[in-house]
Design a binder for this molecule. Sequence first.
Ligand code: PMP
Length: 420
Amino acid sequence: MANVVSIAAAAAASLPWDVEAVRADFPALAQLVNGHPLVYLDNAATAQKPAVLAALENYYQRDCGNIHRSVHQLGERATEAYERARRTAQAFLGAAEPREIVFTRGTTEAINLVAATYGAANLRAGDEILLTGMEHHSNIVPWQLLAERTGARLQVAQVNDRGEVEMEEFERQLSPRTKIAAFGHVSNALGTVNPVAEWTERAHAAGAVVLVDGAQSAPHLPIQVGALGCDFFAFSGHKVFGPTGIGVLWGRAELLEAMPPFQGGGDMIASVSFERTTYNRIPYKFEAGTPHIAGAIGLGAALEYLQTLGMTRAAAYEQELARYGAERLAPLPGVRWIGQARERTAVFSLVIEGVHPHDVATVLDTEGIAVRAGHHCAQPIMDRFGVPATTRASLAFYNTRGEVDRLAEGLEKVRRIFQG
Ligand code: PMP
């Protein structure tokens, strides 16, 4: 829980958070939806964008060339901007070297990459892959595919009634056969912040390699991969206020070097003949073909923006919003809130007795309030709590107490409509 403790400390010492100034950087927040000022509470699905748009426009309108191969000015500018984004991602994660940053399409592709390369090269029949009961489908299905190919088995650390995996349960599922442990840092469905540094230590002691799915932590917590101790860390650009279609896999250089390539094609090779192909050095070995150049540049701009804001201050503000949200939503009659972990981000997964989550979200939308209704690509955790779906409000550092009030009022309206 080092992250959350340090957030609390920073909260006490922090500068005031000027949420209105921050909001002014996000043009999409300033619109009316169904006649009401938009309240955007679907940040776990995708976040709104700040200065990223200018970086995309600049690439497409000024620096549009392919990377790593053109000697002309535009190609050089594009290459420089793309590699600068890699260095920004390195700094954002506290990684040792830029070559440990692989650009992918997102978290999903990053996990698939590790499963298909490291996993296929190192797992055998009878080996185990440790997951938790709160994983996103992206951190389940790639391992199932790997298990089918290799004969390895999935072990699942179960979730308690608060929406946490207890350490004893985590350790119970580890064994000398565990070759990979892959778990989310923060649950998208519940907001639970997992003690990933401690879990990593235990998994390493059992001899496993550790992948952390950071899709929901990178937007909300300061990340230092060295402090987490993991071997791989994945996140998505669109959830850290950057473009869609781009993400990052961080991996330890020695592991990435030893892994076979993921896809074959241009840029990932050193030399090709029909008899034999040799591969490029990392990270290029894993970036076959023309990548999402504009996306990487846009992601770099988003990460620079976050660094300027300060992730520790942003997280401290969000923790305050989470506390306020809990105060505001807890007394609402007929509203059940699943996942009440002691360490949480500002995510509220709600069930209103007798009302389908899609109806809740539809009524909220008429009030200009955007939330997500569904299983949140995490069906096993929905099953665990005995619900097919929830209505999820997920907040970011640009949300306000006033918006939390609007959510609470919207939920009251839902209850009036459906429960009379
Ligand atoms: N893991 C978690 C915890 C997520 O919340 C998500 C996205 N909802 C993903 C993985 C997959 O991310 P993407 O769709 O951007 O690849």
